[in-house]
Write a protein that binds this ligand. Structure first.
Ligand SMILES: Nc1ncnc2c1ncn2[C@@H]1O[C@H](COP(=O)(O)OP(=O)(O)OP(=O)(O)O)[C@@H](O)[C@H]1O
Length: 366
């Protein structure tokens, strides 16, 4: 998938802007506070229905305005598809796909798979399991048609179980619902296990290139111990769950644990190295998606230069070029991009105080 055009209205400091990006690498260059990240944030909004910087819609709408609107045309076979998203301060959302009102953000997400690499992205490794679970689930959302329904079913049943626990309901009442929870949970776990096994060698391959000094191991944790059945874990944990008011173990605690030299990577790697491993993980998902379904991701890379030395930046750029995906990269200065962006189908945009201008005829390789 690639964006053929993008329009922003009243989004952060951008009153109105229209971009016709290249199908390859798009460079957004401008000083601090000019609006580069806001453009990435807008594209992210179209793919995820939310920002990666705030969960408050009001922060994203241009001050003094009541709503923001984003519109894009997405390249698709046999013909391109218009998509639009508008959000108001009051919490209203208006979504359009192919000229029709859509009611689920998932409809938009399916059309626009997006991978984000940003300066705080190493959180994926240093933050809680939720982030690594979301990483696995992102891949499954695009690669397994049944995943989303299974995930939704499990979440509903878990919410209901937790509500019953808070109401101090007896075990026999919970056990009736647990049969369904276990079935949904095992299906979900099967999907995640499969995906974790498939994506790990793809990450390892790219990570070996970026960080040859480490040999990474990937261990999928399903959310409860290896020896026990989920039904048994729920039964045995009932008294404790009742006192806590929520379910302690299960697929909602799943994650992928990554180690090198026998240590969790978050305790061993430097920040730059963590960032590179996260880049490898994100690229791996894009590559795997393409291999499995022929679908391309859009890559958003905020502050390209931060914490990566020149050699590592070149390696990242090389991989991005090989992938052939549409990429949006923000940087303060074009010189930070060095020798690396050589693909012909690149464009350079200057961003200044919320105004975006294309720099025509500039070959991006320096
Ligand atoms: N809701 C809003 N309304 C108007 N302006 C806003 C709003 N939210 C943020 N801004 C301003 O928008 C600008 C855009 O910030 P953005 O993070 O996109 O800049 P940037 O070019 O990525 O900067 P940097 O290089 O420092 O990361 C900032 O100057 C910020 O103060």
């Amino acid at each position: 998938m690639a964006l053929l055009n993008l329009q922003l209205k009243d989004f952060r400091n951008i009153r109105h802007a229209r971009l016709v990006p290249a199908p390859g690498i798009n460079l957004l260059v401008g000083p601090n506070g000019s609006g580069k990240t806001s453009i990435l944030e807008a594209i992210h909004y179209l793919g995820f229905g939310r920002s990666f910087r705030t969960h408050l819609t009001g922060r994203v709408i241009l001050q003094g305005e009541q709503a923001f609107t984003l519109f894009a045309r997405v390249a698709r076979e046999p013909e391109s598809l218009p998509v639009g998203l508008s959000k108001t301060r009051g919490g209203g959302t208006r979504l359009k796909v192919g000229g029709r009102i859509a009611d689920r953000l998932a409809d938009l997400a399916h059309i626009l798979p997006i991978q984000l690499i940003h300066p705080e992205g190493y959180n994926l490794l240093t933050g809680g399991p939720k982030l690594r679970r979301a990483y696995l689930d992102w891949g499954l959302f695009y690669s397994h048609r049944e995943f989303f329904a299974a995930w939704g079913r499990f979440r509903r049943l878990l919410k209901q179980r937790n509500a019953l626990l808070r109401q101090q309901r007896p075990w026999r009442e919970l056990s009736y619902w647990d049969t369904q929870l276990v079935a949904a949970g095992e299906q979900l776990t099967g999907f995640r296990q499969q995906y974790a096994e498939a994506i790990s060698p793809v990450i390892r391959d790219i990570a070996t290139d970026f960080l040859p000094e480490f040999d990474f191991t990937f261990d999928f944790f399903r959310g409860w111990d290896r020896q026990s059945e989920l039904a048994r874990v729920l039964e045995q944990g009932y008294e404790r769950d009742l006192s806590l008011g929520y379910t302690q173990s299960g697929p909602h605690k799943a994650e992928i644990r990554i180690k090198a030299r026998g240590m969790p990577v978050q305790d061993l790697l430097s920040r730059g190295q963590l960032k590179l491993l996260v880049c490898a993980m994100r690229l791996a998902q894009g590559l795997y998606l393409k291999q499995q379904s022929g679908q391309d991701c859009i890559f958003l890379i905020d502050d390209f230069a931060s914490e990566l030395d020149e050699q590592k930046r070149s390696l990242l750029a090389e991989r991005l070029n090989q992938l052939g995906a549409q990429v949006f990269i923000s940087a303060i200065d074009i010189t930070q991009l060095g020798q690396m962006i050589t693909r012909d189908n690149s464009k350079l945009f200057h961003v200044k105080q919320g105004e975006i201008t294309e720099n025509p005829g500039v070959r991006v390789s320096q």
